[in-house]
Design a protein around this ligand. Structure first.
Ligand code: ATP
Ligand code: MG
Length: 412
């Protein structure tokens, strides 16, 4: 679990604010849910035999003995909130959320025990139009933060009935070749065979490449749904790869699933992942409502942008105000307020903590500020301010306080 320190928080803010602006452009609205939920919620939604529920959740009993879990993902809480608050009575609902998620995983680059997601869920849309909207929006989000060169992979998991039939077919294919499976896959052969499809082990991958394909086993409606999605993406000029082995680690997905992946983060290649979950609302006690969504992993996004030096430089103050004497100190604070009133968006630091001019200028320099404003004895007497250019070559000048905001606004 990481602390986010000031030297990096500007980058995070840039990323989050940019993503949120894109969401507004598609009419999605924010929802905030608790980071603690009842354990049962995740067991019922994510699936009892998934990695998350089996070994990654932070679960404990509270003082009443109720089983609670720090949320490992955002969809279950979103669905619970939508059901409990009657949000699904209106036909259509477009939501987004962001915040920390918790999974007890082996920490490594791009994989942490507390990490942050920005996620999106759309409820009430049965057709592939919403799948397309979500994928196009995720593409725009990545583009907006400046991330290029990611690969979009899509697949269809069909209906639960199709999956059950396919599961049997896959199990019989893999059982006949069990000797070539690793331990993990052998365990999954019993518990969750579809997960073997996205094994990272090259030998298992080779085996799986010739296995029967879920895409070939799709029912007519799922097939048409998938084709229609592909044709929207084609028309929009968004390139993608159909990856028949893309299955996702949560049980609740149906039909469309997709991921944005990079090869720049080792095994932690997925930056954004999602799909449809048409049964989940009903499964959690709501009226049957089709749904789809995705989540972006913010750590992975930020790290990629940092490595490619694509984050904007940190914002330095425009002004650092130094002063000499008690009266000037008071005056500096008041002047800064006046300037902030007159020039919204201006960043001014007033020197605090006393000290001589020389020491104050050292702080001014270290702050990265463009200009120092000096209020000394003569400035107090004459109601002026001296402006010193800390970075450029503008000559030092003293001007009347009344002219100060106009002077600054022409130079910021
Ligand atoms: P992975 O295959 O990398 O474990 P996942 O399928 O478990 O990912 P999801 O549950 O779909 O991931 O979460 C969506 C996104 O959240 C991922 O694509 C990834 O960017 C991010 N993410 C998931 N787990 C972590 C983690 N432990 N640390 C940092 N980011 C994570
Ligand atoms: Mg995972």
């Amino acid at each position: 679990m990481n602390d986010l320190l000031p030297e990096r928080s500007g980058g995070w803010q840039f990323v989050e604010n940019t993503l949120i602006r894109v969401l507004a452009g598609y009419g999605y609205e924010e929802v905030r849910t608790p980071i603690l939920e009842s354990t049962e919620l995740f067991e019922r939604s994510i699936g009892a035999v998934t990695d998350i529920v089996e070994k990654e959740m932070y679960t404990f009993a509270d003082r009443n003995g109720d089983r609670l879990t720090l949320r490992p993902e955002g969809t279950a809480g979103c669905v619970r909130a939508a059901i409990e608050n009657g949000l699904l009575r209106n036909a259509a609902l477009r939501l987004w959320y962001r915040g920390p998620m918790f999974r007890h995983e082996r920490p490594q680059k791009g994989r942490y025990r507390q990490f942050h997601q920005l996620g999106v869920e759309a409820f009430g849309f049965v057709g592939p139009d919403i799948d397309a909207e979500l994928i196009l929006m995720s593409a725009r989000m990545l583009q907006a933060v400046g991330l290029t060169g990611l690969r979009l992979e899509i697949n269809s998991l069909g209906t639960p009935e199709v999956r059950a039939r396919y599961r049997a077919e896959l199990v019989s294919y893999l059982s006949a070749r069990e000797a070539s499976l690793d331990e993990d896959s052998r365990r999954r052969l019993v518990s969750n065979p579809l997960r073997i499809l996205d094994s990272k082990n090259p030998e298992v991958q080779a085996l799986v490449a010739d296995a029967p394909r879920l895409l070939d086993a799709l029912d007519e409606t799922s097939r048409a749904h998938f084709q229609s999605l592909c044709s929207v993406l084609d028309s929009a000029g968004l390139s993608y790869v159909v990856n028949p082995c893309l299955v996702r680690g949560l049980d609740y997905y149906t039909r469309t699933v997709f991921e944005w992946v990079t090869t720049d983060l080792g095994a932690q290649g997925a930056v954004c992942a999602g799909g449809r979950f048409d049964q989940l609302v009903e499964q959690l006690g709501g009226t049957p409502t089709p749904a789809a969504g995705f989540a972006l992993g913010l750590e992975r996004l930020v790290v990629l942008l940092e490595e490619r030096r694509l984050l904007p430089p940190p914002e330095v103050p425009h002004l650092y105000i130094v002063h000499l004497g008690e009266e000037a100190a008071r005056s500096a604070l008041v002047l800064a307020e006046t300037l902030r009133d007159a020039l919204p968006g201006m960043r001014a630091l007033v020197h605090c903590g006393g000290g001589g001019l020389k020491a104050q200028f050292r702080h001014a320099d270290k702050s990265g500020a463009n200009f120092a404003l000096v209020i000394g004895e003569s400035e107090m007497v004459n109601n002026t301010v001296t402006i010193k250019d800390l970075r450029g070559a503008l000559p030092q000048q003293t001007i009347a306080r009344a002219d100060l905001s106009a002077f600054i606004s022409t130079r910021l």
